[in-house]
Each structure stands twice: as structure tokens, then as C-alpha cells.
Design a protein around this ligand. Structure first.
Ligand SMILES: NC(=O)c1ccc[n+]([C@@H]2O[C@H](COP(=O)([O-])OP(=O)(O)OC[C@H]3O[C@@H](n4cnc5c(N)ncnc54)[C@H](OP(=O)(O)O)[C@@H]3O)[C@@H](O)[C@H]2O)c1
Length: 401
């Protein structure tokens, strides 16, 4: 494998607690990260928090952690937020994409946790990379959209990406202390989602409420639907290619319904090194925030005797076509189209406008309409993303999905 190492030890300029900016603090990853911070007050300190629409939760987080900076999506949200903060506490409040990007580049922040959902997280995450930050990356869509750009940017700026996504974090841990160039295969585990055992006819009837109920992980709405369609694993294949320099055919997926083995690296001699743990994002988040130290996470320990059985099976490409679509999109150079079409389709499904299989159909149609264009810089990416969203919205209006 022409392995690219993200395992450069980040250099922190000073001793004492690391200061942390969390983009997406009001989401599932953001709230887990704040639990890790609360359990490790000597190691971590919050300097900035950013939410989007959930201003009440952001105000309560801010009251508890007292960061110097906050950011929200709109001016109206900023006004509301100001009114909700405790008397005598007056942080600087920034707004919108520029505000998020400003928090991502704060000189006071040692670490930036990029935990916003979807393509909206790209610009702030890239700003952090351009500023040479240690970027703890949960927002997988950023790498799907702009993997090459991140690679170039990190090489120029000296930024380090620490992968929060549990599978990539597992690979990161399985690479540690080994020569990555001797790796031959990355094996991503997938829970298979709530419909793993459902026949195709029944999958046609899936409702948003059913799709939002993940069997093992508690996550935000978008990634829960991505897990149900297995697009989440497709996005993770692309993420792994960019993070570790693997070729597409060096990344495999195995379905593992218990979500205890979080992924594996296979080496040239046939050894496979895995990372195991209870399915809780505090573990990979803590690993990134404390790296290379291990923080106090304080969760119930994994007891394999209690778990009893770990099972593995191949993914079913017929019932879960999104895996194939993701591979095809990367091979064809159109992951931006894949991601934008997926975001539109997932939202339309959550709004009750399309069926569950309609998600894959809409994405496939958008990919088939896409003529190969050269997507190199941020403007190209944002413009193709916007163009695809418009096309997808038009297609949704045209027919039954
Ligand atoms: N959850 C997991 O277990 C998990 C695991 C691995 C990777 N990830 C990745 O981590 C990212 C976050 O996932 P999540 O499950 O934490 O999502 P989530 O619970 O939906 O939270 C999303 C966060 O993004 C903010 N946000 C929403 N729209 C935004 C916009 N237009 N601009 C800026 N911020 C916006 C939300 O703010 P408001 O709520 O205030 O509106 C919230 O703070 C995703 O990329 C996901 O794929 C998640």
C-alpha cells in the first residue's frame, strides 16, 4: 500500500491543558466530546463552541464550559443566544460560515474538533487545515468532498488530521507502531444497520422512524440514515482512501453486527490487527483529544465473555446498493456528486418525500447525469455541490422516488 501517514505526533506549543474548539458542539459527537472534556478537566479546556440552530443547548453548554468564543448559523440565533447566557458572561459570538471558519483558525485553539454534519462542515475544516491546526475530524463528508485538497493543504501547512470516525480511528490505532507501507488491506467493519436481515420487499416499506433507530450507536439523524442505507460505509471507504493513501481495491467492508471490532489493518504476512471496544464514540474522540496520551473515559469496560459471540458476514450489494455507488463515484471522480445527491435524498426521505430505496435511485440518477469535470479547488467543489443539489431538487419534483 502506498501508505500516507497521518500519524505525525502533533506538536503542542505549551504544557497544561490543551485548548479545544468544537465545531458542532450541539450534535451527537459534540456532546460526547464535552462529556470527555468534563471527565478530563486537567487535560482539556474549551476555548470555542459552535452550534447551528439549537441555540438553547449551545447556551447551556456555554454556561457550563465558559469558552471565550461561540458561533451560530444566523444573526437571529446570535441575538437569541446572547439573551440566554448567564449574567456577567459575555463571550464573542460569531455567525455563519465565516464565523465557523474564524473559530477553526483561532490562535488560542490547540485542537479543532470538526463535528458539523454534511458539506456544511467543509469550509471550517479546511480553514483549520490551512491554519496548520491539529484537526480532530469527525466530519467525514469534508474528506469525501475534498480529500485531495486536504492532503495538499496539510502537506503545505503542517496540519495534522486525527480521525475521530470510529473505523478510521481503529485503523489509526492498528497502524501505530507498525510500518504502514507493509499494510496490504484495510477492512472496515459495518454494523449492517437496522435492516441488515430484512428482505428487499420489506426494505421498500421502511419509514424514517425505523431508519433512525440504529441497533448499536446513538448518532445524529443524517448519519443514522446513512448507516441504514450503508452509504455511511461507502463514505468511509472514500475517507479511508484519502486518509491512508490506500487504493480503492485495498479497502474492504465486512458486516459485524455487534460493533465491537471497529476495523482492521491487514499486513503483508497475513496478520490482521484490530481495534476492539464498546460502541461509544467517547473512546475515539478521547483518543484524538488526548493523543498520544489515553484519557479517562470511564465507560463500562468491554467484557468479551459477556458479549459471547462476534459474527461477521459479507455486505449484500443488492439490498444495499449505496456501497457500490460510493465505490463507482470515487472511481469516476465524482464523490462531490455522490455526497450532494445523498444529502438531498436523505433530507427528502426524512421529510417523507421519497421512499427508502428512492435514496439510492436518486443518487444513481445524479451520478449518471454527471459529465466528468475537473474538480480541483474549493470553488470547483462548492460549485459542483450546489449544481448537484439543484439538479437533485428538480429531479425530486419530477417524479415518484
Ligand atoms: N454521531 C456519530 O456517532 C458519528 C460517528 C462518526 C462520524 N460522525 C460524523 O460526525 C459528523 C457529526 O455527526 P453527528 O451525528 O454528531 O451529527 P448531529 O448530531 O446531527 O450534529 C450535527 C452538528 O452540526 C451542526 N450543524 C447542522 N447544520 C449545520 C450547518 N448548516 N452549519 C454548521 N453546523 C451545522 C448542528 O448544530 P445544531 O444541532 O445546533 O443545529 C450540530 O452541532 C457527521 O459528519 C458524521 O458523519 C458521527
Amino acid at each position: 500500500m502506498k501508505y500516507i501517514s497521518p500519524l505525525v505526533s502533533p506538536v503542542f506549543g505549551r504544557s497544561g491543558p490543551r485548548s479545544l474548539a468544537i465545531l458542532g458542539s450541539t450534535g451527537s459527537i459534540g456532546t460526547s466530546a464535552l462529556r470527555v472534556v468534563a471527565k478530563n478537566p486537567d487535560a482539556l479546556r474549551v476555548v470555542a463552541l459552535a452550534g447551528a440552530r439549537n441555540v438553547e443547548l449551545l447556551a447551556s453548554q456555554a454556561g457550563m464550559f465558559r469558552p471565550r468564543y461561540l458561533a451560530v448559523l444566523t444573526e437571529e440565533g446570535a441575538r437569541e443566544l446572547r439573551g440566554l447566557l448567564p449574567v456577567g458572561y459575555a463571550p464573542e459570538i460569531l455567525v455563519g460560515r465565516d464565523g465557523y471558519a474564524a473559530l477553526a483558525t483561532l490562535p488560542e485553539a490547540d485542537l479543532v474538533l470538526a463535528a458539523q454534519v454534511g458539506a456544511a462542515g467543509l469550509v471550517p475544516a479546511l480553514a483549520a487545515a490551512r491554519a496548520g491546526k491539529v484537526l480532530c475530524l469527525a466530519n467525514k463528508e469534508a474528506l469525501v468532498l475534498a480529500g485531495e485538497l486536504f492532503r495538499r493543504t496539510c502537506a503545505e501547512s503542517g496540519a495534522v488530521i486525527l480521525p475521530v470516525d470510529s473505523e478510521h480511528n481503529a485503523l489509526f490505532q492498528a497502524f501505530a507502531g507498525h510500518d504502514g507501507r507493509q499494510a496490504v488491506r484495510l477492512i472496515l467493519t459495518a454494523s449492517g444497520g437496522p435492516f441488515r436481515t430484512w428482505p428487499a420487499e420489506k426494505i421498500r416499506t421502511v419509514t424514517p422512524a425505523q431508519a433512525l433507530k440504529h441497533p448499536n450507536w446513538s448518532m445524529g439523524a443524517k448519519i443514522s440514515i446513512d448507516s441504514a442505507t450503508m452509504m455511511n460505509k461507502g463514505l468511509e471507504i472514500i475517507e479511508a482512501v484519502h486518509l491512508y493513501g490506500a487504493d480503492l481495491d485495498e479497502v474492504d467492508v465486512v458486516v459485524h453486527p455487534q460493533s465491537i471490532v471497529h476495523s482492521l489493518v491487514e499486513y503483508a504476512d497475513g496478520s490482521q490487527l484490530a481495534h476492539l471496544g464498546v460502541p461509544d464514540m467517547e473512546i475515539p474522540i478521547g483518543y484524538c483529544l488526548g493523543y498520544p496520551e489515553r484519557l479517562n473515559i470511564g465507560l463500562e469496560r468491554l467484557d468479551l465473555a459477556k458479549v459471547g459471540t462476534l459474527t461477521f458476514e459479507g455486505p449484500d450489494p443488492e439490498r444495499f446498493p449505496c456501497l457500490r455507488l460510493a465505490r463507482e463515484a470515487l472511481a469516476a471522480g465524482s464523490p462531490v456528486v455522490l455526497n450532494a445527491a445523498n444529502e438531498v435524498a436523505v433530507q427528502a426521505f426524512l421529510d417523507g418525500r421519497i421512499s427508502f430505496p428512492g435514496i439510492a435511485r436518486l443518487i444513481e440518477e445524479m451520478l449518471s447525469m454527471h459529465a466528468l469535470t475537473c474538480v480541483q479547488d474549493l470553488d470547483d467543489i462548492l460549485s459542483l455541490d450546489a449544481q448537484t443539489r439543484t439538479r437533485a431538487a428538480e429531479a425530486l419534483g419530477r417524479g415518484e422516488w
